[in-house]
Design a protein around this ligand. Structure first.
Ligand code: F6P
Length: 497
């Protein structure tokens, strides 16, 4: 992909740039000092593969771990936000595999990522605060906000230095809300897009932010030519915030792009040997009902994320076992809750509560032959796919979620088709609601009722519904999702390059 060695003039040579906090690759340092890398997936990765290696693409991301920082130091993934070396000049090699990792000082990154992005903006957009005690916008918040500005500026400067004249820049998510405005000032010639992978808060909740901060976030975003959202609901909420707090949208256009599941990849990947091996192991854990038939499964797969509502999912399952004792010993709740954001105490506490409640359920209801909750907390993609294939019921009950791809993936991958219990607050509900069993995520009794209904759906209806869910879930595959945004940005009337 793009090298910055041949950058013409003061600008870079990259024609398509992506900016995100987490990049497509991460590094670990081994005991012997060697570096190993791991590549991630997702919509943007698929999109960049679709435009091909000659498209002049550069992905700007942040170093997140010691391994990443070491990779930057060794010149593997770029040097930093300084201007690119001129033709024939010295300097460290940067971005030669299409990734430029920014070595932002660890304390600045921690303030921006943990302090502001994940503890403030994430909480605002997912409406997660327990408001009698939080948020508190004090002097410490202001100090962290200055780091968030510095971190956004590092991205804006790196992009400005690497982008070819008139290039398209696709900025991702709530970590980088200030980048479009900052970049617009540095490089008015660029086409700038921003995509929100989260919900957007309604004005009444958004206004919790201090007025100047709320305005700065909106103005930062409005520096883009085009803003993308996962659903119409989140786009409308953003527009409503702009109408209330920022004199409207100005020249910025809004687009809705509902990221879909990657059917080809998932179908192929979920039939590999490692997945079938894990299916056998899971079947052993699940066991058989007293009459010898296979037990039914209620499956959930999430990061252990506050907004995913795993605790109320467990409470709903307990309510199901109380309200419908006929399901005891005939069903297992397979819950995969993978570690996330463990730097934050509230996430560590939540993780502990998930574990405690699962243990409590197992000791209260379990029998020598039946473990009611099979909880796994170690991330294992092949095992997640194995659980998808075995699912009778998919439980997706977030408090609020930008999209939720699990809701789209499970009906697609499940061997027999699964019934989907889906929160009305998940973005995916806009596309899947018709064939799902809808729940209010706060209503534990209602969710227990929905689980009973889902377990009771006959095999034919279940297969039919699952087929329709899979069709809706794959309407916009990841590569197309990315290309649609890129083309809309390139085609939009904008500044001349
Ligand atoms: O939903 C927003 C998002 O950035 C996703 O794109 C991603 O899956 C998730 O949050 C994970 O966040 P983090 O990078 O903090 O683990």
């Amino acid at each position: 992909m793009a090298s910055t060695q041949d950058a013409p003039g003061a600008h870079g040579s990259a024609k398509v740039l992506v900016a995100s906090n987490r990049g497509p690759v991460s590094y670990q340092v081994g005991d012997d000092g060697s570096l190993t890398s791991r590549r991630g997936g997702g919509g943007v990765v698929s999109g960049l593969s679709a435009i091909g290696p000659d498209a002049g693409a550069l992905w700007v991301c942040s170093a997140l771990s010691d391994g990443d920082r070491e990779a930057v130091r060794r010149g593997i993934v770029g040097a930093g936000p300084e201007a690119p070396p001129q033709r024939g000049g010295g300097g460290r090699r940067a971005g030669e595999d299409g990734v430029l990792m920014l070595d932002i000082p660890a304390d600045v990154h921690a303030d921006a990522y943990n302090g502001i992005a994940n503890s403030v903006l994430w909480f605002v957009h997912h409406m997660l605060y327990q408001t009698p005690l939080e948020p508190v916008f004090d002097a410490e918040f202001r100090r962290q906000w200055a780091s968030y500005e510095a971190y956004n500026r590092a991205f804006a400067e790196a992009l400005a230095g690497r982008a070819a004249p008139g290039a398209a820049v696709l900025v991702q998510d709530y970590h980088l809300t200030l980048v479009p405005g900052m970049l617009r000032e540095l490089r008015p010639d660029l086409r700038i897009g921003h995509f929100s992978h989260t919900p957007w808060a309604p004005p009444e909740y958004f206004r919790m932010l201090p007025d100047d901060i709320a305005e700065q976030v909106l103005r930062g975003m409005l520096g883009a030519d085009r803003l993308g959202f996962l659903t119409r609901r989140w786009a409308d909420a953003f527009e409503a915030c702009c109408a209330r707090f920022a004199d409207g949208l100005g020249d910025t256009r809004i687009g809705v792009h509902g990221l879909g599941a990657d059917a080809d990849f998932l179908r192929e990947r979920s039939h590999r040997t490692d997945v079938t091996e894990r299916m056998a192991a899971l079947r052993d854990e699940i066991g058989s009902a007293p009459d010898g038939t296979a037990r039914r499964t209620i499956v959930r797969v999430d990061r252990t994320e506050l907004s995913k509502n795993i605790v109320r999912g467990l409470l709903s399952y307990r309510q199901l076992l109380d309200d419908h004792p006929e399901w005891r010993e005939r069903v297992v709740h397979v819950a995969f809750a993978y570690p996330s954001r463990q730097d934050l105490a509230v996430y560590r506490d939540y993780t502990a509560e998930v574990q405690r409640l699962a243990d409590e359920l197992n000791s209260q209801y379990g029998t020598p032959d039946w473990t009611p909750v099979v909880l796994h907390v170690k991330d294992d993609f092949a095992r997640s796919l194995a659980a998808y294939r075995l699912a009778d019921v998919a439980l997706v009950n977030p408090i609020r979620d930008g999209m939720n791809l699990v809701a789209k993936e499970m009906p697609l991958v499940s061997d027999e088709g699964c019934a989907l219990v889906l929160s009305r607050e998940a973005g995916a509900h806009e596309e899947l609601g018709e064939d799902a069993i809808t729940v209010n995520p706060y209503d534990v009794v209602g969710t227990a009722r929905a689980l009973h209904e889902a377990l009771s759906v006959g095999p034919e209806e279940r297969a039919e519904r699952s087929k329709r869910l899979a069709a809706a879930a794959t309407a916009l595959p990841p590569a197309q999702w990315f290309l649609d945004q890129l083309h809309a940005l390139e085609e939009q009337p904008g500044p001349s390059a």
